[in-house]
Design a binder for this molecule. Structure first.
Ligand code: GLA
Length: 382
């Protein structure tokens, strides 16, 4: 959790609205491995982090609700009775989406005032959108006594993303943001929504995130396209989702689908296997295998699933030149955002400086480097 963020929203709420707000912190997430497997009913390995969204919120007697986005200095006032997605609504759509999905369940959200602020860099692939959705659904549940379980709340957040942001995402981001546990990652089965907790300690190594600071256009439509390719191939294979497919069964279909679609489906099947191998390697403290799996994951995302970009590939290729980096891969939806790297602690600084300089030389702009702490999921702040 970030105390600075909480203080900032608390102070602004008291100044602009008055009274004692209810405070919520909702984190972003990283993903160790298992990319684009969630909407294939497969496995993922995310963790909540110490960056996220802080929200100060209170009920309002007015017939309108107000949300103030502190970082953007934008205020949005609206009525609750005619909620629809806004064109170019940005952050507003995530909140409207959450309200609309709650209303669809026949539950009542009353008028409210809210102030939020975040420290997840936009477009970094650390899921600021899931953090925002979860902060509001969690706060509404408490404030208006909706009686929703955390599992119900994350489905609301996911539907908000589908119907109001237009991204047909899986459940990974919302799940990790809601259910994360300090110093741990969650091996999540996206079909059953059951997860297994893994204490994370990479011994002499630690995670480094490197943000390309780019988010290429079309990333949303490309995301939805990938999802529909997976669904088409599943249908042709006569299985519910690619999670149920094997390389053998996919090979049987090779002549009936395009080479591009074959490669994409193959990536999903292989990545799903890698998540299992990764969790086994953690249990065996086999850090070298973890690194290899990260590199393999990136190779698949870049050459088969085709969701990488020049900046991400450059960072991963440069990481490979360092024997103190065991593995690296792009993280999240792709087409920009961060790579996740497993780096020797004693070489962290040198590697950071080296790769930053190389990136700047290659692209004429800076990348950003972050350390993250694995943290608890969405919670009330007292
Ligand atoms: C985005 C989506 C997730 C997941 C990842 C890729 O973050 O929101 O559901 O599909 O991309 O693994």
């Amino acid at each position: 959790m970030s105390k600075t963020l909480i203080k900032a929203v608390h102070k602004t709420f008291k100044k602009q609205i008055g009274g004692q707000p209810f405070l919520v912190f909702s984190p972003g997430r990283i993903n160790l491995i298992g990319e684009h497997t969630d909407y294939n009913d497969g496995f993922v390995f995310p963790a909540a982090i110490n960056k996220g969204i802080a929200l100060a919120i209170g009920k309002s007697e007015s017939d309108k609700s107000k949300v103030y986005a502190l970082d953007k200095n934008e205020l949005y006032e609206f009525g609750l009775d005619s909620i629809t997605p806004l064109k170019d609504g940005g952050w507003r759509n995530y909140i409207l989406g959450v309200i609309s999905e709650i209303q669809k369940l026949g539950l009542d959200v009353g008028n409210f005032n809210g102030v939020f602020s975040g420290n997840i860099p936009a477009g970094s692939g650390m899921s600021s959108s899931a953090a925002l959705e979860n902060s509001f659904v969690f706060a509404f549940n408490e404030l208006f006594e909706l009686g929703l379980s955390k599992s119900e709340m994350i489905l609301i957040s996911k539907k908000a993303e589908h119907n109001y942001a237009g991204v047909k995402c899986g459940i990974m981001d919302q799940y990790a943001s809601m259910f994360g546990i300090k110093k741990s990652a969650l091996l999540l089965d996206c079909r059953t929504l059951e997860s297994q907790l893994f204490k994370i300690d990479f011994k002499d190594y630690k995670l480094m995130l490197i943000n390309t600071n780019v988010k290429h256009d079309l990333s949303e439509s490309a995301y939805n396209d990938r999802r529909s390719v997976c669904e088409d191939v599943s249908k042709k294979l006569n299985v519910k989702a690619l999670r149920d497919a094997s390389k053998n069964s996919l090979d049987g279909l090779r002549d009936e689908i395009t080479e591009e679609d074959y490669q994409k489906a193959l990536y999903v099947i292989e990545e799903n296997e890698r998540v299992q191998l990764f969790s086994e390697a953690i249990l065996k403290d086999d850090i070298n295998s973890l690194g290899k799996l990260l590199y393999q994951s990136h190779e698949g995302l870049s050459t088969k699933y085709k969701v990488s970009c020049a900046e991400l590939d450059f960072l991963v290729d440069s990481a490979k030149e360092n024997s103190t980096v065991l593995g690296a891969r792009m993280m999240g939806g792709g087409f920009g955002g961060c790579t996740i790297n497993l780096v020797l602690k004693s070489d962290f600084k040198r590697f950071k400086n080296d790769i930053s300089a190389k990136f700047e030389k290659e692209f004429g702009k800076a990348c950003s480097v972050y350390k993250v702490k694995l943290s608890n999921g969405t919670h009330i702040v007292k």
